[in-house]
Design a protein around this ligand. Structure first.
Ligand code: ADP
Ligand code: ZN
Length: 566
């Protein structure tokens, strides 16, 4: 069905749209001609034979004569009438049976066939191609990865055996494609697997294993494979994958870190040399409801608060900003400074209860993470999970009226919404927020387009499959140039754009122009980084920049400053 829609859409584009107008005009001309003949027929019949016909009968006569059907039920009985009928028949043949089909073929059918025949997907790459990323398997994860690769000007090629998909990707999405079977050595040779920078295996687990074995038999190119079943990690390693990414497990753990404040206080996101970037929830710390100035975090620990993240928006705070309990502080500093902060915040081992909605692979991974803390949790699923012998879930539909209440939503501190249906997740987020305005809601988005709705429904954190997958892959590809924090935040390292050297941070206008903020400056001589430098700080050539912003702001930075792609 989808392809019929696509084919129809084809006729409404470009030159064909123009042709469609011509066809409409021709239709109007034919209607006018039929009407004119009908009126003339009526007049001639009355004038020559004294017979009277309705307009419907007149039109019926004209159409049967023009289409050469000529039933003979209404006929003239004199020479002028015969002459008129002959003219109508000939013009029918010309306008309806010759010009109309000819026009349809030349204006629509021929361009369409020509376009089909003209499209031949590439079957191999140029001899000179090297350093490209080979991507096997298109889904939202690889689509998101491709957007990142494009903005960082890294070349890539998608390999697919499906001609129709190749056409769609190239025409509609402007994605570079080679058509061929992923496990055919000849195809791999043609896409220059030996010269590639990385192979991304994003097919089913068995297909990925086959792909890894085939690539390994030909080249040493590193392979990153996404596995669906965490149990398959070792098998894929055995097949030759260098990086194996058990996405549901990572996603589950990640959601769990967000749902609880217990134990691990600061969650270290990444390090740039000695500089640690960490996030810490305000909830449960003595800083809750204080202003940033009152909290005196920098004076007491030396840590800089780089940004605040509140229900889907990133803010760069001033001293007056209030630290709301539901916010997350993003901090930069050394490991010792973070430990100092943990001491200041005190021991967080309080009573906590977390509900996990959905006991699939993601929910199960969240449960395993909480188990190890330990944080008490209750799993709810409408079905028993046949692959898990470790957990006992409450069986029932979580969207039902009383189940969440009975499970203790009103007393719980956190809820992790993990089903694989976004409508269900949005609904569960709404009903959790409705039952408990202070609960911490962490939700999984299966499709990127639902992230906003989940925030609107009241989620504190939303994490999508696609962005977690794409961020992990791009970290693998770029040796951690950019880190994944949460849906909507990106921390990334860039060389100093030459046009900014010599300016102060204030003069650079990085924030007004791109929305990004400087987390740290890394001096070229290897001395310690300047963390959250003041606006008067001068930028020098060869300094490294560590920035924070949304993924869109990161892209804007790349567009605005010339050598940002480095
Ligand atoms: P994944 O393995 O990626 O986590 P699954 O489809 O296996 O995805 O997991 C989703 C889980 O959520 C399933 O076990 C499903 O039974 C459960 N689920 C879906 N809708 C509801 C609901 N309304 N109430 C309770 N559980 C649900
Ligand atoms: Zn389990």
């Amino acid at each position: 069905m989808k392809s019929i829609g696509a084919e129809l859409a084809y006729f409404f584009r470009g030159r064909l749209r123009q042709n469609l107008k011509v066809l409409c005009l021709y239709g109007v001309f034919l209607l006018a001609l039929i009407l004119a003949y009908a009126l003339l027929f009526d007049y001639l019949m009355w004038r020559l034979e004294g017979r009277d016909f309705s307009l419907t009968a007149s039109i019926y006569w004209v159409i049967t004569v023009m289409t050469t059907l000529g039933f003979g039920d209404i006929t003239f009985h004199n020479d002028l009438g015969y002459l008129f009928a002959t003219i109508v028949t000939i013009s029918g043949v010309v306008f309806l049976l010759i010009i109309l089909p000819f026009g349809m073929i030349s204006l629509f059918l021929a361009p369409w066939i020509e376009q089909r025949l003209r499209y031949r997907p590439a079957l191999e790459l140029d001899e000179a191609t090297s350093g490209h990323v080979l991507i096997f398997g298109m889904d939202p994860i690889t689509a998101s990865l491709i957007r990142k690769l494009k903005s960082r000007m890294i070349s890539y090629v998608v390999v697919t055996p499906d001609h129709q998909q190749a056409l769609h990707l190239e025409e509609e999405e402007n994605i570079r494609v080679v058509c061929g079977s992923p496990t055919d050595q000849e195809v791999l040779r043609k896409v220059r697997v030996g010269q590639a920078r990385y192979v991304i295996a994003n097919l089913s687990d068995p297909e990925n294993a086959n792909l890894c074995l085939t690539v390994r038999s030909m080249a040493k190119t590193p392979i990153a494979a996404i596995v669906n079943d965490p149990e398959h990690v070792d098998l894929l390693r055995l097949a030759g994958a260098n990086q194996v990414i058990p996405l549901p497990r990572i996603l589950g753990r990640y959601l769990a870190t967000r749902a609880t404040t217990c134990g691990a206080l600061a969650h270290i996101l990444d390090s740039f040399g000695d500089l640690q970037i960490a996030e810490i929830p305000v909830y449960g710390t003595p800083f809750a409801n204080q202003t940033l100035a009152e909290a005196r975090i920098r004076q007491r620990t030396g840590l800089a608060v780089v940004a605040l993240w509140e229900r889907g928006t990133l803010q760069f705070p001033t001293g007056e900003a209030i630290l709301h309990p539901e916010a997350l502080m993003i901090l930069a500093g050394s490991r010792e400074q973070l430990e100092q902060l943990e001491q200041l915040a005190g021991d967080q081992s309080r009573e906590e209860l977390v509900l996990i909605l959905g006991h699939g692979r993601v929910g199960c991974a969240s449960a395993k993470f909480l188990e190890r803390k330990p944080v008490p949790f209750i799993l709810i699923d409408q079905l028993a999970n046949p692959d898990c012998a470790d957990h006992v879930a409450v069986i029932g539909d979580a969207t039902g009226r009383y189940l969440l209440k009975q499970a203790g939503i009103e007393q719980a501190q956190g809820v992790i919404v993990t089903t694989n249906n976004d409508n269900t997740n949005i609904f569960l987020t709404l009903s959790s927020r409705h039952s408990n305005p202070h609960i911490r809601i962490v939700a999984r988005a299966n499709d990127d387009t639902n992230v906003e709705q989940l925030y609107a429904a009241g989620a504190d954190f939303v994490v999508s499959n696609a962005s977690v997958g794409a961020s992990i892959l791009s970290n693998v590809l770029e040796s951690k140039e950019s880190v994944f924090l949460t849906e909507g935040i990106s921390v990334f390292r860039r060389p100093m754009p030459p046009e900014l050297a010599g300016k102060t941070i204030g003069e650079s206008e990085i924030r007004p122009l791109t929305g990004c903020s400087i987390v740290a400056l890394e001096p070229a001589d290897g001395s310690p980084p300047l963390i959250v430098p003041p606006p008067e700080q001068q930028l020098q050539a060869n300094m490294g920049l560590i920035l924070i912003g949304s993924p869109q702001q990161e892209a804007l930075f790349a567009e605005t400053f010339s050598t940002a792609a480095g």
